[in-house]
Design a protein around this ligand. Structure first.
Ligand code: NAD
Ligand code: TYD
Length: 342
């Protein structure tokens, strides 16, 4: 099976590539990633010279680069490339529109043109908006995005849907809850709080800290994506979540307890505008249809994640400074140009 994975140098993408290559010796991966601030080939360094993984540095919103990836037949595309951070989208939504919406449309168009048998769009539960105190998102919950990030993901989902309806493209959408685990860029809640706590710097909790997220370990997400890729029904949406709702203060306290650091590090800071109060997702359809189950309890996953960040301070330093970028730019420039026929 030859799969184009976009965003494979990011947090979930790199974990997913590792998962696929380990799980199936027949899988070959073409990894298309623009290596933005969030993409880092060090995330895949442990693969070494793995011949079943080939990297192309390029932007999914560039049709020329994308079409060059289709020169050899593909069995599937899994689109993980995205601008992914809500706070950045509030500061400036332009890249979110370009990558998340236009980029997805460029990929869909190429998939249609080259008749790719399967397209998996990796989306987010944030497209459903915010919940009150009770209930969970199901696949039928209306889309009601509140941030520029979630609006761009919802728009992309609608394009995927319409390519299935209009052109008969075999496409599936997954909507997952908040992921955590190793290799996550330290701007998201869990890695940021772990690193600040390790350095005994203040932990900036937005507003009252009672915002609720439904946490899933990245490896459980990857396992679900693998099942949907192979067995999901075309035209369907599958929610992915592990039923682990916690408010942000609970998460931060658990991190502090794991590290033996004082609660006095917590600082309540100005709230995020348009902050979604609660996410909770039902993954009943995925569990019943594809026999998926999460394997990692939050306590266990958080401990492993804390340990990962403790042991990978060099990685943190490098991804924060962007120091790796020039090196990989030089390394891959020639190979990309050859592939793109430029
Ligand atoms: P990430 O920010 O860690 O990685 C995104 C990757 O996409 C990076 O490697 C980046 O270089 C690449 N990229 C960005 N713009 C690109 C472009 N124009 N062309 C090619 N590559 C580009 O994000 P993540 O957390 O790994 O999320 C991956 C996907 O999963 C996203 O689509 C996101 O919306 C979705 N998702 C994330 C979560 C979560 O909790 N992190 C939850 C549900 C869904
Ligand atoms: P985040 O990791 O950015 O994911 P998302 O906004 O996509 O759910 O944030 C998770 C929650 O943590 C969210 O309610 C915002 C909150 N948060 C803070 O309180 N402080 C922070 O520094 C960050 C990054 C997030």
């Amino acid at each position: 099976m030859r799969i184009l994975i976009t965003g494979g140098a990011g947090f979930i993408g790199s974990n997913f590539i590792r998962h696929l290559l380990r799980a199936d010796p027949e899988v070959e991966v073409l990894n298309l990633d623009a290596l933005t601030y969030a993409g880092n080939l060090e995330n895949l360094a442990d693969l070494g010279e793995e011949p079943r993984h080939r990297f192309v540095k390029g932007d999914i919103s560039n049709p020329e680069i994308v079409e060059a990836c289709f020169r050899d037949p593909l069995d599937a595309i899994v689109n993980l490339a995205a601008e992914s951070h809500v706070d950045r989208s509030i500061l400036d939504s332009s890249d979110f529109l370009k990558t998340n919406v236009r980029g997805t449309q460029v990929l869909l168009e190429a998939a249609r043109k080259f008749k790719v048998p399967r397209f998996v769009q990796v989306s987010s539960d944030e497209v459903y908006g915010s919940l009150g105190e009770t209930g969970k998102f199901t696949e039928e919950t209306p889309l009601a995005p509140n941030s520029p990030y979630s609006a761009s993901k919802a728009a992309a989902d609608l394009f995927v849907r319409c390519y299935h309806q209009t052109y008969g493209l075999d496409a599936v959408i997954t909507r997952c809850s908040n992921n955590y685990g190793g290799h996550q860029f330290p701007e998201k809640l869990i890695p940021l709080m772990i690193l600040n706590a390790l350095d005994e710097r203040e932990l900036p909790v937005y507003g009252d800290g009672l915002y609720i997220r439904d946490w899933i370990h990245v490896s459980d997400h990857c396992h679900a994506l693998d099942l949907v890729l192979r067995q999901g029904r075309a035209g369907e949406v599958y929610n992915i979540g592990a039923d682990q709702e916690l408010n942000n203060l609970e998460v931060v306290h658990r991190i502090l307890d794991t590290l033996g650091k004082p609660a006095s590090l917590i600082q309540h800071v100005q709230d995020r505008p348009g902050h979604d109060r609660r996410y909770a997702i039902s993954s009943r359809k995925l569990r019943e249809e594809l026999a998926w189950q999460p394997r990692i309890a939050f306590e266990q996953g958080l401990e492993a994640t804390v340990q990962w960040y403790r042991e990978n301070r060099d990685w943190v330093g490098r991804v924060r400074s962007g120091a790796y970028r020039d090196y990989y730019d030089r390394l891959y420039l020639q190979r990309d140009r050859t592939l793109a026929g430029l």
